[in-house]
Design a protein around this ligand. Sequence first.
Ligand code: 0X9
Ligand code: ZN
Length: 347
Amino acid sequence: SVRFDTYMRHGEIEEYLKELAVKYPSLVTLQSVGKSYEGREMTAIRVSLSGGSSPRAVLVDAGIHAREWIAPATALYLINRLVEHTDQHRDLLQGLDWYILPVVNPDGYEYTHTKDRFWRKNRGAKRETWLKWLWDLLCEPGADLNRNFGFHWMQSGASTFPCAETFAGKKAFSEVESQNVRDYILSVNKDKRVKMYLTLHSYGPVRILRTYRRRSTLEIRKSAVSSLNPLALSVTFQMILYPWGYDYRVEAAPDAKELADIGNEANAAMVKAGSVPFKVENSADLYPAAGGSDDWAKGVADIAKSYTIELHGGGSNGFDLPASKILTSVQQTFEGLKVFASRAQQL
Ligand code: 0X9
Ligand code: ZN
């Protein structure tokens, strides 16, 4: 069964999903997304009143970054509400199918439980060169899966250095977990029903100085150098980010206004539920970083609305929100997810 007073291990999460499939066979279908580098199952759950034939769908994933534990917990709360409290939330399932993958990076997630609480990457990125032994001395292997997606890969905000936190992998989709997520998203969206992709992270990196500024195409042509704007001083933790994130020297997405509008409405609902505010922002305005799943979902998989949600931070360094705070956090976030869903129903 599910719990929100502690962070569940990957095996417990898998068990819970299986339990739901047995208890609610007409509502729930489990889908195998594939196996992780270390051989763990990546299981997604489809929640649908229509056996998967609703005109629209929302795809949610979480835990691409190992240490961001509140993200899988939030996905689990969403699953719990949709499946075990269907009567209270039937409107969320009206004409809308849900596809939820609670742990994108199970190897990293388990590693943060057993070895290193603040590990971010996956546990793959195998080293094959004759220098393997040297790399193994230098650092643990792993790639940042949120730099490994094949859309403007390595254009900005990512590293080719295998020891970096934002190591993008050897090439786009070099990692099995990002391959699996890519193939899963493409297969779910075969018939173009997926209107929205939500990828759950935590917590918004602290930004003390705003170094990047979005500029018009004309300005971009004039100069390729970003301008420093020391006046824009801000510190923010919770965020709703929308594409593009791969570079700041590009025009905003054509539907940027609508993307922001939906984000703001979700934020308002979460604030109403008692949450600290989420800053709604174009992703690259936070910092440009290419290879994210959000950009790829919009730019390649053709999912109109794509968001990275940076959930509540806390604890000693932001990623280790105490377990006692899980329930409040997921309840508040759920109010925002409801808004995303109802907007998806209108797309
Ligand atoms: O840097 C990231 O991958 C995300 N922030 S986090 O602190 N959770 O690591 C933000 C990703 C935003 N999306 C893109 N830059 N594409
Ligand atoms: Zn993250």
